[in-house]
Design a protein around this ligand. Sequence first.
Ligand SMILES: [Zn+2]
Length: 148
Amino acid sequence: MTYHCKIRPSKYDRVVAKIDTDLFGEFIPLEHLWVTFDRQSMDKDRMRPWFLSPLSDGECVSSNGFTPFALHNLDSFPISDIRAQRGESYYEEHRVVYICLDKGKGYAIVQGSEYYEVTFTYIDDTIHDILCNCYCEGHCKHEYAVLL
Ligand SMILES: [Zn+2]
C-alpha cells in the first residue's frame, strides 16, 4: 500500500517510528534496553530518521581541545555539577534512546526538548572525544547521560 501524507517536521519522529519497523537479526532484552550485536540489525543511518527530522542542522564541528579520559573515571570529565546532575536524570529517565559503538566510533541519540545526536570515540576504556549537536557551550547533560 502506498500512503502519501504531509508531516510537520516536529512530528516526524512519531510518524516515521510507527511506519519503519523492519528489523533483522536477534535482539536481547537488557533492563529497559534492546541490545543487538549484529551491525546489520539497525545501524545508525537507519535509526537516525526515526528521531531526527530531515531539517536537522547536521553534524557540528568543534575547535576546542579535548583531553582523553578513562570512562571508569567519569569524575575527570570536565562538566559542571548541575549539568552532570541533569545528565544523570536523563540517564535514569531512559532518555538515551539509541547507542551504537562500532570499531571505537560511538553514536547516540538522546531525547531532550528535542532529539540530539552525540558522537564519541571510545578505545581501550578511554573516551578520546565527545560532541553533542545541541547549542550548549562546553560539555552538556546529553553527553554525560551517554557516558553513564
Ligand atoms: Zn547536548
